[in-house]
Design a protein around this ligand. Sequence first.
Ligand SMILES: Nc1ncnc2c1ncn2[C@@H]1O[C@H](COP(=O)(O)OP(=O)(O)OP(=O)(O)O)[C@@H](O)[C@H]1O
Ligand SMILES: [Mg+2]
Length: 415
Amino acid sequence: MPKLAIVSVPPPDFYTGAVIEAEDLRFRGPFIADLWATLRTNHVLLKAPRRCGKTSVMEHLRRNPAKDHLVIYENVQDLTHPADMLLTILDTFRDAHPTAFRTLIKGWKGLVSRLPKVEELDVGEFKMKFREHEHDYRAQWRQHGDVLLAQLRTLGSPVLIIIDELPDMLLNLSQEDPKLLRDFLSWFRDKRTNPTPKRDTIHWLLGGSINLSTTLDGMALLDRINDLEDLPLPDLKPAQIETFVTEMLGGRGVTFEKQVPARVRKLLGRPIPLFLQMLTQELHRSWRMKPRKLKPADVDAEFDRFITGTSAQDKLQHYYTRLSKYYRDPALSQAHAMLNHLCVSGEEGVSDNALRQIFDGTCALGTLPPVHERKRLYRQLLRDLENDFYVVETSAGRFDFASGIMKAWWRKYYA
Ligand SMILES: Nc1ncnc2c1ncn2[C@@H]1O[C@H](COP(=O)(O)OP(=O)(O)OP(=O)(O)O)[C@@H](O)[C@H]1O
Ligand SMILES: [Mg+2]
């Protein structure tokens, strides 16, 4: 019998913050298949706490579209007007699908007459020229949107429009012009429901690193997204965590005792993919500096070193900075007080009652809202803390940081 040559594939690079390239994305196959299937009949809101891999999944969809699909991805974080979102969609479509773009603009009289030689405009130039020719392009956003979607529907191919960081854009709108925000959300909902997603060739995948539901709930606008199908990105499973550690270390020639992957899993708690990558990379670095057979005790030592090290400081500081960016007092002070209390708790966590008292105690005297409103705000803050700091209800009525890294880091620097 001829011998089979065993070709070992090198493990992917470590990604410690960047969006994962489609060919390096692992463990998401079944979810992505489910997502494509759901998108056939629904518009989807992709949900997951921060840094769990939402954008990486979106990137995979963009790079590996389902049959015949034209996919575009848009990060709208810095946009402040619906007209900019629509124009960006058109511009990206032009760059990503030039052939379909030519068909798209063929019957689009207004666009061609306003922008002669539209096909010849360079990347980026298109948006600029459009704005030059269309001085009131912002005032006309609804008409532009109607035409853009109608034109996309004439293409015959299914089009998937991925909008990332949508909550940020909505917050920008709410600060600049609350009426415009309401108008946009109503228009956008109308466009998603008429025609119904099942009959539409345009499909929307929406997401972002802050929680869209609590953002809109806080503005009493939650009903404007109630047509969306919520799809939570699942946590990585224990076996996947161990496979990751085994392959990322083993594939680099690192030797380790067989309890090492389980020890990584235990210390991580809820496996936030970013933290999994960071800790495994630290183990690899430590082994490179001093090649040896890694033991579970080495994992503990690297975990402690990691919390105090500068690379983690830079990456985790971001979580802290976002508090002052997205939380307004009294929620900002309440979040600090609750996190300070949670981070010094033992494995049993903190009771709902105790957190509630901290929450109430942080409201300035004389500004206490009525009880029912306080309850709503408290629940909303808990949902935000789950999204941003991985605080979860670990058992009935008890809360704790689900991530060991986040808990240790908050305790070390901020408690
Ligand atoms: N499938 C995966 N396997 C291993 N690590 C992953 C996976 N997906 C994401 N990560 C890790 O998470 C990091 C963040 O990924 P990504 O930017 O896709 O997350 P996100 O949920 O969009 O983050 P944010 O909430 O900040 O927008 C990556 O750099 C990588 O460290
Ligand atoms: Mg993201």
